[in-house]
Write a protein that binds this ligand. Structure first.
Ligand code: NAD
Length: 279
């Protein structure tokens, strides 16, 4: 059996072309506001800085303008201003903030209609209830990859390793909405390998390099690796790619899998937010 390599760069480049076209159509219609993404960060975290930079790059590539706010805060006034400004169609708080509690508090100030990284409790609640919502971008990237490679979800047993609000939980909601049977594993799960071996669709989102080893997957599995872990050997995922890739049915590489698709999902939601303003 040949393993399918689920190349996120290829998916991202299709998405880029589609978004570029939609941005041009919005401009040609002369109605509503052109999409514009505001990114707020405290400037303290390298990870948040990299995320902001990748969003800015991706935005430029599809013709969406950005407005970057970097500083120690407090950011309450800035967020209120962005909420009011009809020229801003999306707002992202680049996490983590040095003060995690402050990051969590500020997220709640974002207008849910501009919350294009699905971070507010309102959008999380809507997603959990199976209602239309803005969704965390990494979770949407998982679905975008499955759709791009025509991988069946309905009726399949999906096992997700990780239950964070940004990846594990929203992935579970999205897969459930697509009629998968969903199992969520986490740090307290007993016999992780027993669960993961039963997965037809395995989504790793634990942030632990090489957590998923060959004996933990079955040969028919589709493996999606959301992990982005900085190690001495460079960026690696949660899955032992080299050992597992030869015998599963399909797998995303790291880097080059979920990573390049994630910023495109923020931009897709920023463009959707602008399209909703068109009368
Ligand atoms: P997190 O630390 O908030 O959550 C990790 C989850 O994994 C927790 O629910 C924890 O219970 C579970 N977990 C940790 N160790 C485990 C173990 N040994 N066995 C079973 N479960 C375990 O992390 P996060 O923010 O969800 O990020 C997860 C990974 O995804 C990280 O590598 C992160 O860098 C990556 N990530 C990628 C993107 C992207 O764009 N691709 C975006 C966000 C996060």
């Amino acid at each position: 059996m040949t393993t399918r390599r689920l190349d996120g760069r290829e998916v991202a480049s299709h998405l880029r072309r589609d978004l570029e076209h939609r941005v041009q159509q919005l401009a040609a219609s002369g109605e509503g506001s052109p999409p514009r993404l505001a990114i707020v960060q405290d400037g303290m975290s390298q990870g948040a800085g990299l995320y902001a930079a990748s969003l800015e790059r991706a935005a430029r590539s599809v013709g969406v303008s950005t407005h970057l706010i970097v500083g120690a805060g407090p950011h309450d006034g800035a967020i209120a201003e962005l909420n009011r400004d009809p020229g801003i169609t999306g707002i992202v708080l680049a996490q983590p903030f040095a003060d995690v509690g402050e990051g969590r508090r500020l997220v709640e100030l974002i207008d849910p209609a501009k919350d294009v990284d699905g971070a507010t409790p309102t959008n999380a609640g809507r997603l959990a209830r199976g209602e239309p919502a803005f969704v965390p971008a990494t979770a949407l990237a998982v679905i975008a990859i499955l759709e791009a490679f025509d991988i069946k979800v309905a009726g399949r047993r999906a096992v997700i390793v990780g239950r964070s609000a940004v990846v594990g939980r929203p992935v579970a909601s999205l897969l459930l909405a697509r009629d998968a049977t969903v199992v969520i594993c986490h740090r307290q799960t007993l016999h992780l390998a027993r669960e993961t071996r039963r997965a037809e669709l395995l989504v790793a989102a634990a942030g632990v390099p090489g957590l998923i080893r060959p004996e933990m997957v079955n040969a028919s599995a589709v493996v999606i690796d959301c992990g982005i872990n900085a190690t001495d050997a460079g960026i690696v995922g949660d899955v032992e790619f080299a050992a597992i890739a030869p015998f599963v049915s399909a797998i995303t590489p790291v880097p080059g899998g979920i990573g390049p698709v994630t910023p495109m999902m923020v931009l897709r939601q920023t463009v959707e937010s602008a399209e909703r303003q068109v009368p």
